[in-house]
Ligand binder design. Structure first.
Ligand SMILES: O=C(O)CCC(=O)C(=O)O
Ligand SMILES: [Fe+2]
Length: 349
């Protein structure tokens, strides 16, 4: 907890990368940012800004409802309904000053939910959508496609459509990261065939004692990479690898913060290290944040990419299964404090 009071340095060189630049320049900037920070912000990323704005509005309407309404969608951590509305986070024995709504991607149906390494079964996960606001599920913008012979009206689910765009951006980033590691562009794509990604909506109400709590406690993200949108209230902080100082990640309009998760640390054999980060709250205004976690398929065996290891640089992690790693997070929680949540340190060579 003492860390909550650490004063962040004002010097701020957290990288902002313009994805519309030449591939060679972007790849070089990503390599530099990943090695120094394990993170960067992106602008001109191709995500439709109008869709993002509508999605944000639907999120705000959802959180503005009375708590009793939101509680109807209560998640069941450690059960088969791990998504939806809640306060607590997986695998953290501390409370954050926030409420969240988690949603999977539409096509995701099953994942390995057990922390038991012997149990190889996958489970079907249950998830519910709120009835209000109606455009939370269905975007109010109706795309009308008119051809000579027919008229098609498409109503896309807001979270689903947002998820689809996030998926596209995730693959684009994963390819750039692959190139930045000196690998073929699509070298990492196969790990995401049936990916277990999810989106999270975060609301931190104004806090009377912001010096005593955090919106999100210090952690690294478990998956491959995270695409996060924070609002102008800011609050996100990154721990700079080389000196351990907390640096505020400045709000940049229309930008996303990209950070490496534990799985990229493994694949890159620690050339890139997953970003330690946290988020502060403030007494005057509420803050919103939307992370999207791009995760491998539950059956993926995680280990350093062969081409990135050699005699001088042997594998720093031994092989483990992503589904189990992820499952242990979902089960190791307030309800099951005795469960030893799997962490990267358990697989260090
Ligand atoms: O509150 C935030 O903006 C950070 C959220 C985050 O890091 C997470 O949910 O993994
Ligand atoms: Fe995070």
């Amino acid at each position: 907890m003492a860390d909550c009071f650490a004063v962040s340095t004002q010097a701020n060189d957290f990288p902002v990368i313009d994805l519309s630049g030449s591939i060679a320049a972007v790849v070089a900037e990503i390599a530099d940012a990943c090695e120094k920070w394990g993170a960067f912000q992106v602008v001109n990323h191709g995500m439709p800004l109008e869709l993002h704005a509508k999605f944000e509005l639907a999120m705000k309407k959802f959180f503005a409802q009375p708590t009793d309404e939101k509680r109807k969608l209560r998640k069941d951590i450690g059960g088969v309904k791990p998504y939806d509305y809640g306060y607590e986070e997986f695998a953290k024995n501390v409370n954050d000053w926030k409420e969240v709504f988690d949603f999977p991607l539409e096509k995701q149906t099953a994942t390995s939910m057990s922390y038991d390494l012997e149990d190889t079964t996958a489970r079907e996960l249950i998830h519910s959508w709120p009835e209000y606001p109606s455009d939370f599920r269905y975007l109010s913008s109706i795309l009308i496609h008119l051809s000579i012979f027919f008229l098609t009206i498409l109503r896309m689910e807001a979270c689903v459509q947002y998820g689809q765009e996030m998926e596209k951006l995730s693959f684009k980033l994963m390819e750039l990261i692959s190139l930045s590691l000196g690998l073929p562009r699509q070298r990492l794509n196969g790990f995401f065939k049936d990916h277990t990604s999810m989106g999270r909506l975060i609301h931190c109400p104004p806090c009377p004692t912001p010096q005593l709590v955090l919106g999100t406690h210090e952690h690294t993200d478990v998956g491959a990479l995270t695409i996060l949108s924070q609002d102008s209230a800011g609050g996100l902080e990154a721990k700079r690898t080389f000196d351990g100082k907390w640096i505020p990640v400045k709000f940049v309009p229309d930008a996303y913060v990209i950070n490496m998760g534990d799985m990229l640390e493994v694949w890159s054999n620690k050339k890139y290290v997953s970003l330690v980060h946290r988020a502060k709250v403030n007494s005057e205004r509420e803050r919103f944040s939307i992370p999207f976690f791009f995760n491998p398929a539950y059956y993926v065996v995680m280990e350093p990419i062969e081409e990135l290891t050699n005699e001088q640089n042997p594998a720093k992690y031994r092989a483990f299964n992503w589904g189990k790693y992820y499952g242990s997070r979902k089960y190791g929680n307030f309800k099951n404090p005795e469960i030893d949540v799997l962490r990267l340190k358990h697989f260090k060579v």
